[in-house]
Design a protein around this ligand. Structure first.
Ligand code: ZN
Length: 477
């Protein structure tokens, strides 16, 4: 007996030694680039951002009609504050969306497209008093500009335009054609904006090297065990589907309830779905993320990531690497003594790369095992995006620009759970990358679509500097 225990103890010690060794040889995979001095950006750039925040370019879910005065207002504003762009670059308007074509010298190199969106989400009126400054004031307070669009996504529209205006002033002429595309309805799917622009470009036979959009950030202090700042270039996005589960029964009087009550049956179905979550799974881009982030973590985190063969499930859970299930609406019943004849539940799923929305539907049917309940998709269905190449030259240009401006940062590809307008460009672009150097930390991460959306003027200047350098880098011969 003693001998067996000794063997077990010895075996465990060996595994521990092996795991510790793996931790020590788990070394950084970060590519290095020489730091550059970022271009000087005038503080008046911040004033121009403030001006743009004042336009209430809101996308309403119902009814989906944009306010024409606000949208044409911001168009006129752009013309006024960016005169060089509007006197030297070809512009086309698609409803309230804008496409600029900055002609390159060399037609043989594929063009690139920098994108963003002009529209913002509405503000919940009940939260107005919780804002430090009005959500459409663009006020500068303690070094921060407040308002809808400062994080999503006018800082990127203005950042791109500011950089292009500066490059034009400096006499810069691009080698390859650079498109700038700003949608007006991203927050409600982008069909009329990015959708129309992409359809037009496809008709014109445009074949893009890549598009770059919002959806990847600079992250500070949000990853346990990581002291360094990290830039995530998202190369894929999960799919999106919402299913409505509905049940119809004969109903009846509540004094004599049937065994399978309408609401009870639906509730059981939801509980079953919540109890049979989709499995976590790894995909190559997440493996790459583990290899990029792992070596940079504190010892314990590094130990876990270096031994991902043992801790994979914890890591994948941390990365939310599965199709998520979220019941969001439930309704049924009209009176306290009436058993309803109908009840419905809405469940939203974000579909993991490699799976399909049809598989989700099958999963629901097989899990709930109740053929009285029908399962129908509601509104826009998006399959998971394709995974863009994170070993391509295009990816490397983004990576290089980040490293030039932030020498000590960790850069990693990633997968985003939310959706962007890039989906409209799949037919005409080899790759789609999602990155803006918007700095996210625990103080501002709730600003997306939330209260107190703001950006520091310092961070906004960095965004302009990024685009200024990036446009030069994509035009290096
Ligand atoms: Zn956005």
């Amino acid at each position: 007996m003693k001998k067996i225990l000794l063997y077990i103890g010895g075996g465990m010690l060996l595994v521990l030694v092996f795991m510790t060794l793996k931790t020590f040889i788990f070394s950084s995979n970060q590519v290095q680039h020489e730091a550059i001095k970022p271009i000087q950006v005038s503080e008046t750039a911040v004033t121009r951002l403030q001006g743009a925040i004042k336009y209430k370019t809101i996308s309403y879910q119902f009814p989906g009609k944009p306010d024409s005065l606000e949208f044409t207002g911001i168009h006129n504003y752009f013309e006024k504050v960016f005169p060089l762009i509007h006197s030297s670059i070809e512009k086309k308007t698609f409803k309230y969306s804008l496409l600029y074509k900055w002609q390159g010298k060399n037609e043989n190199i594929k063009p690139v497209l920098l994108m963003s969106h002009i529209d913002v989400v509405p503000v919940d009126q009940a939260t107005l008093n919780d804002w430090e400054a009005g959500p459409f004031s663009g006020e500068l307070k303690n070094g921060n500009v407040y308002g809808r669009g400062t994080m999503d996504d006018k800082m990127s529209v203005l950042g791109i335009m500011e950089a292009v205006e500066m490059l034009l002033k400096d006499g810069f002429k691009p080698e390859r054609t650079v498109y700038l595309a700003f949608g007006h309805d991203e927050e409600i799917g982008g069909d009329n904006g990015a959708g129309s622009i992409a359809a037009y470009l496809e008709e014109e036979g445009v074949d893009l090297e890549f598009v770059i959009d919002e959806g990847g950030f600079i992250v500070n202090g949000l990853i346990p065990g990581l002291d360094k700042t990290m830039a995530v270039i998202n190369v894929a996005e999960k799919g999106y589907v919402t299913y409505e589960l509905s049940i119809t029964t004969p109903g009846g009087h509540s004094s004599t309830p049937p065994e399978n009550n309408t609401i009870g049956s639906l509730a059981r179905a939801i509980v079953k779905l919540e109890n049979s979550q989709f499995p976590y799974k790894s995909i190559p881009v997440l493996e790459e993320q583990i290899a990029s982030v792992g070596p940079e973590l504190s010892f314990l985190g590094k130990f876990v990531f270096a031994n991902s063969w043992l801790f994979k499930s914890i890591i994948l859970k941390g990365l939310n690497a599965h199709t998520t299930t979220a019941p969001t609406i439930i309704s049924g019943g009209v009176k306290d003594n009436v058993i309803p004849t109908r009840a419905t539940a809405t469940v939203n799923f974000r579909v993991m790369t490699g799976e399909t929305t049809d598989q989700v539907k099958n999963h629901i049917i097989e899990t709930i095992k109740d053929d009285r309940i029908t399962v129908e998709a509601v509104r826009n269905i998006n399959e998971p995006s394709k995974v863009s190449d994170y070993t391509s030259d295009s990816y490397k240009i983004i990576q290089k620009t980040i490293k030039q401006l932030y020498p000590n940062i960790i850069v990693s590809p990633g997968l985003i759970s939310g959706g962007t307008d890039t989906k409209h460009y799949v037919n005409i672009s080899e790759n789609a990358y999602r990155f803006v150097p918007l700095s996210i930390n625990e103080n501002n991460s709730t600003g997306f679509h939330g209260i107190n959306e703001h950006i520091s003027s310092k961070n906004y200047i960095e965004i302009v500097q990024f685009y200024y350098q990036f446009i030069q880098n994509v035009n290096m011969k």
